[in-house]
Design a protein around this ligand. Structure first.
Ligand code: TYD
Length: 137
């Protein structure tokens, strides 16, 4: 499997007797975000059978974190597909441009945090799978 398709970051966690703290910061280390965050999305309220995503981007890089609950994320770079279960607040899935992604199988009370390196721009989206396939052939 190509490493660019499945890239999971494990953030460090400082565990105390009074709870734990996970810093999520940008930097060059494997345990840091590979970009400066411009936009933060909180995604919640999904039912088990819902599906989100189902698109990719021309430029935007993102990291997806399951702060609570969890889901399955399907990834497709046009050549290979994989899926990953996301359920840990100290783990971030890197979503690179031209990787089609879809989130499904939501656990109850799932809260996702999505960090992105761009401002929102609908023109940066590819929402049509056939159009995506033209870009990755
Ligand atoms: P979308 O990116 O399709 O959500 P998901 O990938 O989770 O299924 O966006 C859903 C709606 O929210 C869409 O109408 C556009 C809007 N939106 C914003 O207003 N700002 C944003 O930063 C994003 C990502 C979406």
């Amino acid at each position: 499997m190509s490493t660019s398709l499945l890239n999971l970051i494990t953030f460090p966690t400082v565990v105390g007797t009074n709870g734990s703290l996970t810093p999520i910061q940008s930097g060059r280390k494997d345990s840091e975000l590979p970009f400066i965050v411009k936009r933060t999305l909180v995604i919640r309220g999904m039912k088990a059978g819902d599906e989100r995503g189902g698109h990719t981007h021309h430029k935007t890089r993102q990291v997806l974190i399951a702060l609570s609950g969890g889901c399955t994320v399907e990834l497709d770079n046009g050549k290979e597909k994989t899926s990953v279960a996301l359920s840990r607040p100290d783990q971030g899935l890197v979503l690179e441009p031209y990787v089609w992604h879809a989130m499904k199988d939501f656990k109850p009370s799932t809260i996702l945090l999505l960090l992105a390196d761009t401002e929102y721009d609908e023109k940066d989206y590819i929402r049509d799978y056939a159009e995506f396939k033209k870009f990755v052939k």
